[in-house]
Design a protein around this ligand. Structure first.
Ligand code: M3L
Ligand code: AKG
Ligand code: FE2
Length: 422
């Protein structure tokens, strides 16, 4: 039930006072029934909401009208906008508003349309009441690690992924989200079964390396991955505009020596770099690195826009969201001004020293039946040089496909639906 607390939009300057007065009286009304609901008051161009847990959000009238959740304005199945944003008059105002502990109801003056907003939706889409960005740039849900992760690495079983439905998928992807990688044990030693397992997350990303790959050190492609050389810690696809989000490796056969796999937590390394050498962190967050994949006839990959992306990439709130680093696939640093050459190479050297520190490196020999999936936007991988015959299969999955699958698994295991969040 919505309480009837109407505010006339035709009253101009006293509006704020009147609505504040009503808001205050509604506080005492609610306190007697001990239901704590947010309070809404009209401002000259929008609605202010005071949250019971503290803080205030200010929603503009144009924004509120544009985001109406009703079936005429938002398609209830496709979750797409049906409403014509450009029909909103610049002077749009509510003719009245009211609310209860569930949400806010707005009647719009000119069109006589009504919009209802649930409080949790307004809260989670409030842009004036965000928590301030942290000084440490690592998202708080990440669990950072070094070589000690070897004692207890995130692991799920093939059976739980294939048979436990959304719970099984969620556990798997939650580990990849928190730690940046996860092993799957008990996997049939077959490329077909491995591919089937990957498709539990999503379709596979097709690239110029193929879709699902099955490769050896036969030098069939113009890249050192197809040799038996050591590969230092790197992320793949630095030469694409969008590097793949996940990478999966399943070692199918190995008769030889060496070839141990290396994982390094890039977010942990970034945190150390920021603490020890903030000026180098800044350089690696801003200097754009040109990259390429051009070892095979018929291909010339370079990221857009030119000259590429920094090694450390941040979002609007300053949070680190992506590492792009493969020193072997770096192109000519043709755009670096003379006076930046030394500070850049110093920063790169410090970064490399942190990545190769014994405390950062996590080595493990992969064996048939145990595969690894890792977040290629966070965790760097590498391998030791080897002799003999070594056969790996695996694939890439795009970042968006991985994120979508993770969100759906979380919604489903929480008994929620897309409409609860979009
Ligand atoms: C073999 N496989 C397809 C997995 C990877 C090949 C890509 C290696 C490349 N140098 C890079 O860093 O992206
Ligand atoms: O051979 C390996 O273990 C990994 C090689 C590699 O870095 C890659 O294929 O992306
Ligand atoms: Fe690689």
């Amino acid at each position: 039930m919505f309480s009837r607390l109407n505010k006339s939009a035709s009253m101009r300057s006293p509006l704020r006072l009147i609505s504040n007065h009503i808001a205050r009286s509604s506080v005492s009304a609610r306190q007697t029934t001990s239901v704590v609901s947010p309070l809404a008051t009209l401002s000259s161009s929008g609605i202010r909401v005071s949250w019971p847990e503290g803080g205030e959000s200010h929603f503009h009238n144009i924004w509120l009208r544009d985001h109406c959740r009703c079936p005429r304005c938002l398609h209830q199945v496709t979750r797409q906008r049906l409403f014509d944003t450009f029909s909103i008059p610049d002077t749009i105002k509510p003719s009245n508003i009211d609310w209860d502990d569930q949400g806010l109801r707005i009647r719009w003056g000119e069109s006589d349309h009504e919009s209802n907003f649930r409080w949790p939706w307004l809260r989670s889409n409030s842009f004036t009441s965000q928590t301030p960005s942290q000084s440490i740039p690592i998202p708080s849900n990440k669990i950072l690690w070094g070589k000690e992760i070897a004692q207890n690495p995130p692991t799920v079983s093939y059976q739980s992924v294939m048979q436990d439905g959304e719970e099984g998928i969620r556990k798997w992807l939650d580990y990849i989200d928190s730690h940046g990688f996860c092993y799957v044990t008990g996997v049939p030693v077959s490329p077909e079964k491995t591919e089937e397992l990957a498709k539990m997350i999503s379709h596979i990303r097709m690239t110029h390396w193929g879709g699902f790959w099955d490769f050896t050190a036969d030098e069939s492609r113009g890249d050192t991955a197809y040799s038996n050389l050591a590969l230092r810690a790197h992320t793949d696809n630095t030469y694409y505009t969008e590097p793949s989000g996940l990478q999966m490796f399943h070692m199918l056969e190995f008769r030889g020596k060496g070839g141990e796999s290396l994982l390094v937590d890039g977010f942990q390394a970034a945190k150390i770099l920021k603490e020890k050498y903030p000026e180098s962190y800044e350089i690696l967050s801003t200097v754009r690195i040109p990259t390429h994949a051009a070892g095979d006839d018929g291909f010339l990959f370079q990221p857009t826009p030119n000259p590429g992306y920094p090694i450390l990439n941040h979002g609007e709130g300053g949070e680190l969201y992506q590492i792009r680093y493969n020193n072997d696939d770096r192109s000519t640093m043709r755009h670096l001004p003379y006076e930046q050459v030394e500070p850049f190479y110093t920063a790169l050297k410090r970064w490399s020293a942190i990545l190769t520190d014994v405390g950062s490196e996590y080595w493990r020999q992969l064996t048939p039946g145990t595969l690894v999936v890792f977040d290629n936007w966070r965790v760097l991988h590498g391998r030791a040089a080897f002799t003999g015959y070594r056969r790996l299969c695996g694939c890439y999955i795009s970042w968006d496909d991985y994120q979508s699958r993770l969100k759906v698994a979380r919604l489903k295991t929480n008994n929620k639906q897309v409409k609860d969040v979009i």
